[in-house]
Design a binder for this molecule. Sequence first.
Ligand code: MLT
Length: 408
Amino acid sequence: MIKINENFLELQESYLFSTIAKKVNEFQRNNPDKRIIKLGIGDVTLPISKSVANAMHNAVDEMLIKEKFKGYGPEQGYDFLREKIVEFEYKKRGIDIEKDEIFISDGAKCDTGNIGDILSKNNKVAITDPVYPVYIDTNVMAGRAGKYNNGKYENIVYIPTTSENNFVPDLPKEKVDMIYLCLPNNPTGTVLNKEQLKKWVDYAIENKSIILFDSAYEAFITEENIPHSIYEIEGAKKVAIEFRSFSKTAGFTGIRCAYTVVPKELMGYTESGKEISLNKLWNRRHCTKFNGVSYITQKGAEAVYTEEGQKEIKENIKYYLENAKIIREGLIEAGFTVYGGKNAPYIWLKVPSNYTSWEFFDKLLNDVYVVGTPGSGFGPSGEGYFRLTAFGSKENTIEAIERIKKMK
Ligand code: MLT
């Protein structure tokens, strides 16, 4: 008899963005004449840059030449890309990361989900709440979350991050082992400054915890004193894994390329307290379960670091940040209270007090044909909030906000 992984039975409904897509498709089927504007899932809409496309074309051409053809590449990624990441993302910020601490992959979603493979099932997990649902769901699958009761998993420590604490999460009151931090935050679009992040690093050092730091949106930071990498904080290499992605930075949501940094000085522990290198464990896991990102894709990612590539991606990020400004200012004009959108492509708004997040989702869809993401989909403290993304086209963003302004 085939036994299943019963942890999956503890998952709630379907994955958030699949539920939304289902609702939107149904509405469109019933209302074929309505033009829906989607500001829900954070998927980019601008095409990839010329430099990336040219590099990928050239890589395809190389594949036609016997002497240049590439089969399996190194599972951890080609040196040419790892070296560029070291230089551009870390050395330039005064951070000393070596290329064998970088693991190229097909997405930060996969990596933040898979990282649990090398960590004990007995670890106590803390998440800031609301947050990207992958962190919770993958811990449910792994059996770390326990039963679902009253909107929460009993073994997860939820740290509310709301307007009440200015979106600055308090340190956990109890001792936790694995801490997920997503900064700039998905979904709230808010950030922590260096001093605020340092408290988390100090907590992790003191408690021998690990911080799983998702900085997929760091390219959207516009303000000073906001860390782009957790390794800007002293001591973080001892306690943090960092997840980065080309998805939102360079329009790779469909192409797929990301990387995870596992410093060599970062240790985990056996039950008996013996120190084990997490870099070695992740390397072992990566080589066993992953066969590398395609050469063509990695060549495209490398081109992001050319002078022209940098110019092009910065223009795209500027475009999305302008959309964020349009959303922020338009919603404020319409009387909403809004957060985020200054250092992130997400705007987090308070829904009118007589609505739940999902009721507001339905209202926007039914009345003005605009799709957003209900805050409660990101965790219990997201109830009463709603997320809009700045990744749409400028025209659609302007129209969506105009429609919302006119909504009764
Ligand atoms: C989001 O909308 O939260 C993101 O697009 C999801 C993701 O990056 O997987």
